[in-house]
Design a protein around this ligand. Structure first.
Ligand code: SER
Length: 593
């Protein structure tokens, strides 16, 4: 195996897939656009869902990129040698182009020829079949043709089906690739990739997305057969450098060294705390510094951010670090990653200030909250459950997010009554947090007919606001569900009732006129020259973009779609609320009835 640096691995992957006809696309924000059902981008396929469902991608049918991801489900796993909350995913996609054979052959070629991993160190898993979908013998036989032996090929049901990320959407059987640590003995007769004994480490997943799961639980074949792959950059870096710990790779090593200095403690012996701090600060830096960055808060992404920052602050306390250090560590991550994520440098002041503020704020209550918790836990006796009321008190008075309380409690073998907490919470009318709960459970965007209508409505609303209220208004964000739309835009004051009535009327006039919505593909330069508005231009491939025009230039925007074909199908537009979103940004909530 070749020793590789972070830069070399990144470039090697992209170059390999480019040499196989893939176009490199810009990776998307960590905060999904127009997707109300998930808080963060969790995989490279996430921003590509419309294209996996059949929309035409401007860059073609073979794509590759490096996508930043956050997996909230992994936060509790952080502390071992491989799990990360934030990670980078190397990915390649076929949108109705190649399928199993070519995908596996390319994976095999990259692993063995380019990374130089000996064939005997590989192990793969394939789908064992279930009542709906047959066993994936085809995939296994392609691996055999590549040179894998029977004993290197495993079949599972649960671990070899990917998606949908939510309740509905693209999904299919997958084939996961593992490194078998030949120096470790098998843990038993059934030792294999699924036993998680540490002998096998997953590094890559080829998903054969050929089904769409419908709301009634049945599967229909997708219009096109896609391939979606994802490889964990940090994990591969670990393997390539002969390390047994991702935190020893160059991505983390200098931050770990700095922490050793700050705490006057060694990493060895304190791994869990060091890992938690390093992981959480890196994730927080990326969330705060994102192009659509958010601040710590009590709702949605801001809540997750607050939770991980507060966990890191506690871990620092456990290492007896008393000074504020989060900003210092974040600065190191910014330096390291700014080459590929320019926004980290641009938003550096915001990131550092927010961390400093949160660290100062939480330290005021952390100590007394922990004391209170100790008292509570000591009183529990045999009943090893902290009741909901107490958990809510810890949240409300000391700023302990529920998961934070659970984390401290579980270290003492104690559980928390989550339902009781939620009940107290709801009694306190914390609706927004309940909304976030929905999102934790949720999955991919709902690309239903109704959200498509709302999507077109955001374009019309923006055009009307610019024409009738202020020509400088521009979109700052949007969030669509099948029930309503939210549209954030730059504007310095509250809108008057007359202005809102006018906007409503003008949007409805455009809808009633039943104007056609036209899509054209052009280069970004042509789109800009045509006067199209480009909201998140860094997301689009520079070569070709889609431009959606409503009527005869009522609205013209660069956008991935999908949109209605005629405005007449959209129904009646009604503004439910207009309110402040953040400084200089207003928010309109509206429905189509
Ligand atoms: N979507 C697949 C995964 O997350 C491949 O990237 O594993």
């Amino acid at each position: 195996m070749k020793k590789l640096t972070y830069d070399e691995l990144r470039n090697m992957y992209l170059d390999f897939f480019k040499s196989h006809g893939h176009k490199e696309i810009q990776n998307a924000s960590l905060i999904p656009e127009n997707d109300p059902t998930v808080l963060f981008t969790t995989a490279g396929m996430h921003p590509l869902v419309p294209y996996l469902l059949g929309e035409k991608h401007p860059a073609g049918t073979r794509l590759t990129d490096v996508q930043r991801c956050i997996r909230t489900g992994d936060i509790d796993e952080v502390g071992d040698t491989s799990h990360l909350t934030f990670f980078e995913m190397l990915g390649n996609w076929s949108l109705g182009d190649y399928f199993k054979k070519e995908a596996i052959q390319m994976s095999f070629e990259f692993l063995t020829k380019h990374l130089g991993i000996p064939v005997e160190q590989l192990a793969v898993t394939c789908f064992a079949g279930n009542e709906f979908i047959p066993k994936d013998e085809e995939t296994a036989s392609i691996w055999k043709e590549c040179g894998l032996k029977d004993e290197q090929i495993f079949f599972t049901k649960e671990d070899n089906w990917w998606g949908p990320a939510g309740i509905t959407g693209p999904c299919g059987p997958d084939s996961e690739m593992f490194i078998n640590d030949l120096s470790k003995p098998a843990c038993g007769p059934d030792c294999g990739p699924s036993c998680h004994c540490g002998k096998y480490m997953e590094i890559w997943n080829d998903v054969f997305m050929q089904y769409n799961k419908k709301a009634d639980g049945t599967f229909e074949p997708l219009k096109q057969k896609n391939v979606d792959t994802g490889m964990g950059l940090e994990r591969v870096l670990r393997v390539m450098n002969g390390l047994n710990d991702v935190y020893r790779t160059e991505v983390f090593s200098d931050v770990i060294a700095k922490l050793e200095k700050i705490s006057s403690k060694t990493y060895t012996g304190n791994e869990k705390l060091f890992r938690k701090i390093a992981d959480h600060v890196r994730a927080a830096t990326f969330i705060l510094g994102d192009v659509r960055g958010v601040k710590p808060s009590n709702t949605e992404q801001g809540y997750v951010l607050r939770r991980i920052i507060r966990s890191a602050i506690r871990a620092l306390k456990q290492l007896d670090v008393n000074d504020n250090v989060l900003a210092t560590l974040a600065e190191m991550f910014i330096e390291k990653h700014k080459k590929y994520y320019l926004e980290l440098e641009q938003n550096k002041a915001v990131v550092l200030e927010a961390l400093e503020k949160e660290e100062t704020l939480f330290k005021r209550t952390l100590q007394s909250g922990l004391k209170e918790m100790e008292k509570v836990m000591a009183r529990l006796g045999d009943n090893k459950v902290i009741d909901g009321q107490t958990a809510f008190h810890l949240y409300d008075t000391f700023g302990f997010p529920l998961e934070f309380t659970q984390e401290v409690a579980s270290e003492n073998g104690i559980k928390v009554d989550v339902d009781g907490f939620k009940k107290c919470f709801e009694e306190h009318q914390a609706k927004s947090r309940a909304g976030a709960e929905q999102k934790f459970k949720g999955g991919l965007a709902d690309h239903s007919e109704q959200t498509t209508k709302y999507h077109t409505a955001t374009h019309i609303l923006q055009a009307v606001l610019r024409k009738y209220i202020d020509g400088n208004i521009c979109q700052k964000g949007s969030n669509l569900t099948a029930e309503r739309m939210r549209f954030d835009f730059s504007f310095g004051r509250k809108m008057t009732p007359e202005e809102l009535a006018l906007v409503e009327q003008k949007v409805n006039e455009i809808i009633s006129a039943d104007l056609p919505v036209k899509m054209e593909e052009m280069t970004l330069a042509e789109a800009q020259a045509s006067g199209a508005m480009g909201l998140f231009t860094n997301k689009y491939d520079a070569e070709k973009v889609k431009v959606y025009t409503v009527g005869d230039n009522v609205s013209k925007e660069i956008c991935g779609g999908p949109h209605v074909e005629h405005t007449g199908t959209m129904g009646h537009f009604r503004i439910v609320k207009e309110e402040a979103s953040s400084a200089g940004v207003r928010r309109i909530k509206a429905v189509l009835e």
